[in-house]
Design a protein around this ligand. Sequence first.
Ligand code: 4AD
Length: 456
Amino acid sequence: KRLRTLSLRKISLFLKQPRSKSAKAKKFRGQRVKVSAWVHRLHIKGKDMMFVELRDGSGFLQCVLTNKLCHTIDALTLTLESTVTIYGVITKLPEGKTAPGNHELVADYWEVIAKAPSGDEAFTNKVTKDSDPSLRLDMRHLVIRNRETSSVLKVRSKLLKSFRKFYEEHEFYEVNPPCLVQTQVEGGSTLFNLDYYGENASLTQSSQLYLETCLPSLGNVFCIAESYRAEKSNTRRHLSQYTHLEGELPFINFDDLLAHLEDLICVTIDNLLADPEAAALVMELNPEFEKPSRPFMRMDYVDALAYLKENNITKEDGSLYEFGDDIPEAPERAMTDKIGRPIMLINFPVEIKSFYMKKAAHDRRVTESVDILLPGVGEIVGGSMRIDDLDELMAGFKREGIDPTPYYWYKDMRKYGSCPHGGYGLGVERILAWLCKRYTVRDCCLYPRFVGRCAP
Ligand code: 4AD
């Protein structure tokens, strides 16, 4: 009888189901199966037994090869990362033994699909956990095969799914704005400029302005798009390309925006941890992970300055941070780590924020803006209410020295039915660094891009 290749995840899912509940599982247990996968680990036990741990991305499975199956040339020269097909019966592990899923495949036939090299070219000689970080980045295409790295990528996939679930439940439409643009959002100094058929263009820093244009046609909208920043400094939380989750909501006030953000983060984490596979991966990567509790602490910018002063967190030259200063990464992190829980830092001064941010009614020196800070990472979200009055917007362009001409379409939003609205951008790699307890955001994307790194 021809056997269908089963994924390792399917096998473990079948076996996890209580026998009485699933006829399928009952039928499946003790049956002969066929699996195709990569050799993740190899352990030779004498001349008549070998253990091959398989990996196929969906899971891991221990296979036992005995007697004649171990005596072939292929068996004697089998290497890590070779691909194989193994046939056999799934069996409960003998008492006292451990293996992924507590079961093993007792093989009765197997074959090599493609053999990986041995000797100098062997997989284990290419890169190890202790290799220099830049070699590990050169070899990232191989590094992603290790358990820890692939676990982060799996959590990433599940996290994006959880965000989408939140938006689905809150009736948001997803849109896909362009990456090639001719307007800036977050300041000219971090633009990646390029030649676009003889015209100047750049890679997008944020899709915010496009999301704003969608409000009259789609209502609440979000996007998950790549954003690009020519960040010249090498920090553990800055990438040149990152995944930016952005949302925009019409007819809200600043309090609604803050409540929505709290919901977005808490419900998404709940969605994620409700998935048993994701929950297990998060706990494996970050055993001390605790869900953030509501309400998030709200802290005014001026109170943050006071906190820095009280806690003797100063500028490099020893002077104090004053009203109008941007709070850089190091002091922001020092404060957040000391407080040890999520903070919504609000009401930043006009002069350190972008042209589009709405001024607060209670104090025209500050904006209705918010940064969400998390312990260990710092800022993961930047959001604000947007200026909805055309004259005020024009003043914002003027203040920032931006030519408004290419923004004709953005200005039209204030002309044809303006509305109070607000939105935000969340750095996906940053929230992942917090969730999976990674030292740097570089470990939270597939192939990181930062100063001096554009390959593989
Ligand atoms: O605070 P930012 O610059 O805000 C905006 O771009 C707004 N236009 C978003 C909006 O309102 N729709 O960036 C938002 C978030 C930051 O909080 C951070 O998490 C992430 O994007 N981010 C970066 N992540 C990795 N590498 C970088 N270079 C990043 N720059 C910003």
